[in-house]
Design a protein around this ligand. Sequence first.
Ligand SMILES: Nc1ncnc2c1ncn2[C@@H]1O[C@H](COP(=O)(O)OP(=O)(O)OP(=O)(O)O)[C@@H](O)[C@H]1O
Length: 370
Amino acid sequence: MIEFDNVTKRYADGTVAVDDLSIEAPQGKITVLVGPSGCGKTTSLRMVNRSIEATSGRILVDGRDVQSVRAVELRRGIGYVIQQGGLFPHQTVLDNIMTVPHLLGWSKKKSRERAHELLQRVGLPSSFARRYPAQLSGGQQQRVGVARALAADPPIMLMDEPFSAIDPIVRAGLQDEFLRLQEELGKTIVFVTHDIDEAIKLGDYVAVLRVGGRLAQLAPPAELLAQPADEFVEDFVGRDRGYRALQFVRAAELPVHEAPTVGLGGSLADARAVAGGDQWVLVLGPERRPAGWLDVTDPAIPSVDRSHLVSVGTTFTAEGPVRFALDGALSSPCGQAVCVDAEGAYVGVAGATEIARHVSSQGALAGETS
Ligand SMILES: Nc1ncnc2c1ncn2[C@@H]1O[C@H](COP(=O)(O)OP(=O)(O)OP(=O)(O)O)[C@@H](O)[C@H]1O
């Protein structure tokens, strides 16, 4: 666990970057520091490994005041990842990853084996070991940065905007992999970002800071979205916080009902009969997987084949978030979201109104005012 206990940082020119900050980053969890530019996120992070010294207050790592530990020793137990990996440009990927094991006096063989194991862990081929950072994409460099920080298996990781210089699609993939890796490794992580969506996606806890380095709110993401502490946090989490909070509400109890269905390749007459006057029939493909919606009132349609189907959009499962259900209903031509089981087979449908009713009955968005 990392504890900030009334920590203040005043730089030599008088700038107060962090003001009386008290937060805890629990063991094995990801605590995200988020806030606008200049609110003291990086300063806070760097005080943990003493690359910046606090002016007053205490920072405890596993109960030990960081001031009582030699900086070099302290940093051995703390992995540090920065934007674009922060790799040494004139060293190969292998040498970059082996930096800390080398400092710790590990044998060449052991460090090399560890480096290759880590490359695999972060999803890079072993052949990359011989490359130089400039021969890698931004996303790949970032993976090497994570591998390097993990090399000596430190219990703590400090991550400063590690994914921010990367395009949105690669970035989303890296975030997913990072979460998978963390599930396996269970490190105590303090993660800095200025992006509230990243904070909500990655954080077990999110600390929102305001300029001047003051804590505005520390809460799990769902609570932050549902109950922002004040106007600043409310503005910062954004206008669509109600919708985004749906990712934390399970669809488990959402009632689903039967839709008219017909098998792919079935007859149009059957499709019209099951529709019973409705416009849309759900067409099921092999293994009862939803193939699309069919407009049976369209006289131009000759048969029940794939070329005349409208996509069902986002499907949802009972185990997944209700956000997928709502998204499915909104992207469906008939306002019905399709529920599937773990194998992707059709279970039933739910309409936007039912979903909205379910969400409000769960009280999951308590505190929602707009
Ligand atoms: N060495 C320094 N001397 C004086 N002021 C500094 C120094 N380093 C940072 N600051 C100031 O301290 C405040 C906090 O800076 P910090 O880098 O911690 O913010 P941040 O939240 O990480 O910002 P960003 O998101 O833009 O990276 C800013 O006003 C910054 O200008």
